[in-house]
Ligand binder design. Structure first.
Ligand code: PEP
Length: 257
């Protein structure tokens, strides 16, 4: 982390968990325990149907509401889909784009990720763009090449002045929901690589200001070491975000430097 130059962001990704009733209980617990946590931005990326509840429950708190997906078209005949402006209108601030589960199960590609990034920025949302390699790709030694393609295609056509509004999340697929975590060094290495891509394209000032999270079985035990890395500016947390005590421990682990 480097809080002098960029925001630290701890975001929970609830995935398809928690009804609105259950989610309200979790958010009330988190809200009561994080208190004034000023050292980082806290985000709850809840299921779409939980958003109105979350916005209401988190009103007057320091916790922002995030969505887990959007459609890139502004409106139209896309049954079952939700647009960026619909999310914005509800009070959503962040939106996860290109999570590996969406790439794997719902046909999300680097092209649709790019369209969604544009749609989110256009509506005034902050995209959390997920990138990451499979175990096979890591073992083949092509992690950085793959990350370069994912990052460059996600931000293709995004003007320089909007890059800082994007949050990147390095999420090795082999670490998501598996209990296997990247070592702090592996996490930092790829986060640093992402920053280098931004620096080459947009210069040092922009690269220095961009938040790059790590995600992949981050939990109450390993968060401190991962967040101590210079280029890891926070976490995107799945499983551990569903338990208030664990999530709050991770938020508190971001209070270092
Ligand atoms: C995620 O869903 O983005 C994630 C990192 O999940 P987990 O923390 O459960 O590995």
């Amino acid at each position: 982390m480097n809080r002098r130059y960029r925001k630290t962001i701890i975001a929970g990704n609830w995935k398809m968990n928690k009804t609105a009733t259950e989610g309200k209980v979790l958010l009330d617990e988190i809200k009561a325990s994080v208190g004034k946590a000023k050292w980082c931005e806290i985000v709850a990326c809840v299921p779409a149907v939980d958003i109105p509840m979350a916005v209401k429950a988190l009103k007057d708190s320091r916790i922002a509401v995030g969505a887990q997906n959007l459609h890139y078209e502004p409106s139209g005949a896309y049954t079952g889909e939700i647009s960026a402006s619909m999310l914005k209108d509800l009070g959503v601030k962040y939106v996860i784009i290109g999570h590996s589960e969406r790439r794997q199960y719902f046909g999300e590609t680097d092209v649709t990720v790019n369209k969604k990034v544009h749609a989110a920025l256009e509506a005034g949302l902050h995209p959390i763009v997920c990138v990451g390699e499979s175990l096979e790709q890591r073992e083949m030694g092509i992690t950085n090449d793959l990350i370069s393609v994912q990052v460059k295609s996600a931000i293709c056509g995004v003007p320089a002045d909007k890059i800082r509004r994007i949050v990147f999340a390095y999420e090795p697929i082999w670490a998501i929901g598996t209990g296997k975590t990247a070592t702090s060094e592996q996490a930092n290495e790829v986060c640093e690589h992402i920053r280098t891509i931004i620096r080459k394209q947009f210069g040092a000032r922009t690269a220095r200001a961009v938040t790059i999270q790590y995600g992949g079985s981050m939990n109450a035990k390993n968060a401190h070491d991962l967040l101590a890395q210079p280029d890891v500016d926070g976490g995107l947390i799945g499983g551990a975000s569903l338990k208030s005590a664990d999530f709050v421990t991770i938020v508190n682990a971001a209070n270092q430097e």
